[in-house]
Ligand binder design. Structure first.
Ligand code: ZN
Ligand code: FE
Ligand code: FE
Ligand code: ZN
Length: 269
């Protein structure tokens, strides 16, 4: 099987993942991947922003760990990425991060709608009860549109992350995300087929099948990711991810090197 690259994996620097990059690389080879990429949670301008990411001073250590995994595994292609939180106003910080290392790609993810509420944090589940789900989803989609339009990101992470706890809006997700998908296609920004959703309450890949179909129709490119927070999650549920891509009508995905994309034909057997 010629599996697509796994572009979404974490390291212990974010304080909620286990296993070193060399362990993730070993697992990638075991499951038959030829290319992977690390995309740990980016530091924030202030280290006390939250407790689930590396500190700004650890960025060099992160890059060194990824390079060490590459040196130890020459038979695997290992890309250097970062999962960067998009918050309006953080653009100069994100540009500064981009200038610090020879990144292959940036995944732009929205976890925070404001400084205080990371919508996928189980400890903040009570916040969902204090908000109108329709408003949260609309704001989430608007943020993604802004992220795609910012020119700061190659890939947008887990586009329907707001479904994690099975709280859905009344309006259809295809309608809510239609401006985002249009913008992503126009700015040549990819979305990821992220299998971590299968391991959450929603039990569904990010994005769901109808949204993925809408993305295909809109002409939005795709990459694949497991969002692994431990070595055994590398490449997890990739058969389901490939099937989802196929059902949505995709025949190709993207690869990134030095923040330039290349189109790769998908193989389904
Ligand atoms: Zn994480
Ligand atoms: Fe994320
Ligand atoms: Fe992640
Ligand atoms: Zn993630």
């Amino acid at each position: 099987m010629n599996w697509p690259a796994d572009y979404h994996m974490h390291t212990p620097l974010c304080c909620h993942a286990v296993g070193r990059p060399i362990d993730y690389a070993a697992q990638a080879l075991r499951v038959g991947l030829k290319e992977i990429g690390f995309s740990d949670h980016s530091p924030m301008p202030r280290d006390d922003f939250d407790d689930w990411r590396m500190k700004a001073s650890q960025l060099d250590e992160y890059v060194a760990m990824v390079q060490e995994a590459q040196t130890a595994n020459p038979q695997l292609r290992i890309k250097l990425g970062l999962e960067v939180d998009y918050l309006p106003g953080h653009e100069p910080w994100i540009r500064e991060l981009a200038s610090r290392h020879p990144w292959d790609y940036f995944i732009g993810s929205v976890h925070y709608l404001d400084g205080g509420w990371d919508i996928d944090n189980p400890k903040k589940l009570s916040q969902w009860k204090q908000h109108d789900p329709d408003e949260v989803w609309e704001l989430y989609a608007a943020r993604l549109t802004q992220a795609a339009d910012s020119g700061l990101f190659d890939i947008i992470g887990h586009m329907d992350l707001a479904k994690k706890f099975c709280i859905y809006p009344k309006r259809s997700l295809e309608l809510i995300f239609s401006p985002f998908l249009k913008k992503a296609a126009e700015r040549n920004v990819a979305i990821e087929i992220n299998t971590a959703g299968l391991r959450k309450d929603c039990r569904e890949i990010y994005p769901g099948q109808l949204l993925l179909k809408a993305a295909q129709v809109a002409g939005v490119p795709i990459v694949f990711g497991s969002d692994a927070h431990s070595p055994e999650e590398v490449g997890l549920n990739y058969s389901e991810a490939l099937q989802a891509a196929k059902r949505a009508g995709y025949s190709e995905c993207r690869q990134f090197t030095s923040r330039k994309s290349k189109t790769i034909q998908l193989s389904f057997e």
